[in-house]
Write a protein that binds this ligand. Structure first.
Ligand code: NAI
Length: 342
């Protein structure tokens, strides 16, 4: 929820310029992989933010046209395009937020882990450049398998001596968005009011929606809990199968990533009431990385909301214990990938 002072600011801004010609703030956002299925609609949604003054789009190909196209929208941010490794540094300089949806998506029959070999290298290269050019930026990792690519990013940043665990985020917002949608449908609730925290990781059984913590408070039968949990865990695969080889979720993912960018921008801009779920370095469990609800502030993660994980139902507790070995293995795989590099 927006706090009062922030709402006031937005209102004033709207009165001043209905067409958003003046930015409300001047943050720079860089999207790496901006010409892709997620990158393009994400760039469009970020272009609509009044908090962004500069939108830098990077890809290995086809980004010029995307940037030219977007630059005609009469919203405040200036759009620039960057292609190929030689232009990556310029894309990143001065960025406050770097969003990384670069990489290959799943095809039917693939798990997120099947993407490991290709995407691990892409994320490593891109995060090295982030470390060299904008080490203070918030880094939003979308490229799968998120359970491993976030630990990879952390190791790269450590090697470069610039790791700030409060500013590295695995984007799990889509799991929350899906949980909210499916619960609202099942329980006939007004969608805008529903909020379901999702903890753990971002693949299969590591995705654990805490239905008992749904707001507004609702009760579920055991069958509903089972059905909803499984649907939320497999929602990505639902899309992969429906797209039949043409990729995975892109539009709902862009929507979710844009929400996480907007929350980060609000936090950077001083809003003191910003909460999201994200996969971060964490001490909430014995696992070094874990998704949970966090409070965002100017310096990144301001607090980890531990209470929700402290009072689990028996079903959730069992599911949490069941996900730990898989999540642990994915984290270790990411760390080992960076360690074994020359
Ligand atoms: P896509 O194939 O449509 O787009 C990927 C883009 O990355 C392409 O434009 C490609 O040229 C670019 N790219 C490849 N290598 C690059 C490099 N070295 N540097 C910069 N750009 C590079 O794929 P899509 O559908 O946009 O998915 C992207 C990633 O997001 C996949 O790994 C997918 O699994 C992941 N994803 C994550 C979700 C999440 O909830 N975190 C949900 C859905 C997808």
């Amino acid at each position: 929820a927006l706090n009062r002072s922030y709402k006031g600011k937005v209102q004033k801004h709207k009165e001043r310029s209905y067409s958003y010609v003046q930015p409300l703030a001047s943050y720079k956002v860089a999207i790496l992989g901006a010409a892709g299925g997620i990158g393009q609609p994400l760039a469009l949604l970020v272009k609509m933010s009044p908090l962004v003054s500069s939108l830098n789009l990077y890809d290995i190909a086809n980004v010029k046209g995307v940037a030219a196209d977007l630059s005609h929208c009469n919203t405040p941010s200036r759009v620039a395009d960057f292609t190929g490794n030689s232009e990556l540094a310029d894309c990143l300089k001065g960025a406050n937020i770097v969003v990384i949806p670069a990489g290959v998506p799943r095809k039917p029959g693939m798990t997120r882990d099947d993407l490991f070999n290709i995407n691990a290298n892409i994320v490593k290269t891109l995060v090295e450049a982030v470390a060299d050019n904008c080490p203070d930026a918030f880094i939003h990792i979308i490229s799968n398998p998120v359970n491993s690519t976030v630990p990879i990013a952390a190791e790269v940043l450590k090697q470069k001596g610039v790791y700030d665990p409060k500013k590295l985020f695995g984007v799990t917002t889509l799991d929350v968005v899906r949980a909210n949608t499916f619960v609202a449908q099942k329980k006939n609730l007004k969608l805008i009011d529903v909020d379901v925290p999702v903890i753990g990781g971002h693949a299969g059984i590591t995705i654990l929606p805490l239905l008992s913590k749904t707001k507004p408070s609702v009760t579920f039968t055991d069958e509903e809990v089972e059905e909803l949990t499984v649907r939320i865990q497999n929602a990505g695969t639902e899309v992969v199968e429906a797209k039949a080889g043409a990729g995975s979720a892109t539009l709902s993912m862009a929507y979710a990533a844009a929400r996480f960018v907007e929350s980060s921008l609000r936090a950077l801009d001083g809003d003191t009431d910003v909460y999201e779920c994200s996969y971060i370095q964490s001490e909430l469990t014995e696992l070094p990385f874990f998704a949970s609800r966090i409070k965002l502030g100017r310096k990144g993660v301001e607090a980890v909301i531990s209470s929700e994980v402290g009072e689990l139902t028996e079903y959730e507790h069992k599911a949490l214990e069941a996900l730990k070995p898989e999540l642990k293995a994915s984290i270790e795989k990411g760390v080992a990938f960076v360690e074994k590099q020359p």
